[in-house]
Design a protein around this ligand. Structure first.
Ligand code: HEM
Length: 120
């Protein structure tokens, strides 16, 4: 592996940490009874998003990037961010997150991981 390829794999690892933090924080709430939006979810999304944007540039690679796939993931990431923002606002005002918003966050996070792995 060249050093560029190694560096790219390290950014992929950071990207996976972001996914783990976002999805893990969501699972804790889904399995428990609170179903709240937590700050860790925002952190996970920010980490996955920044690392994802760095990975969306073609460096440390042999092949080509699938920009349709990456654009789809970016749109989904923005929707998750909107759901987190709207949900956090509702939580502050009403004390609870509408369940469609809460479940949407988990389903769309898993959808982005599935797209990453299954859409080649
Ligand atoms: C919540 C949002 C996201 C989640 C859960 C997610 C999840 C994942 C996962 C699980 C992988 C590893 C797949 C593998 O090993 O090939 C991955 C890879 C990758 N992700 Fe994301 N991702 C997200 C957002 C983004 C965004 C916004 C971008 C860029 C626009 C992006 C770009 C990439 C790239 C370039 C890779 C490297 C492998 C590939 O080309 O598919 N991701 N992502």
């Amino acid at each position: 592996m060249t050093s560029m390829e190694t560096l790219r794999q390290i950014v992929v690892l950071v990207h996976l940490v972001g996914f783990a933090v976002l999805f893990g924080a969501w699972v804790v709430e889904a399995v428990g009874t609170r179903r709240q939006i937590t700050r860790l979810m925002h952190w996970g999304l920010a980490i996955a998003g920044i690392a994802g944007l760095i990975l969306a540039a073609p460096w440390g690679l042999d092949g080509d990037l699938n920009y349709v796939k990456l654009g789809t993931k970016l749109v989904i990431l923005l929707v998750i961010g909107a759901l987190l923002g709207i949900g956090a606002g509702r939580q502050r005002r009403a004390g609870a997150v509408p369940s469609a918003l809460f479940w949407g966050i988990g389903v769309l996070t898993l959808a982005n991981a599935a797209i990453a792995l299954l859409w080649r």
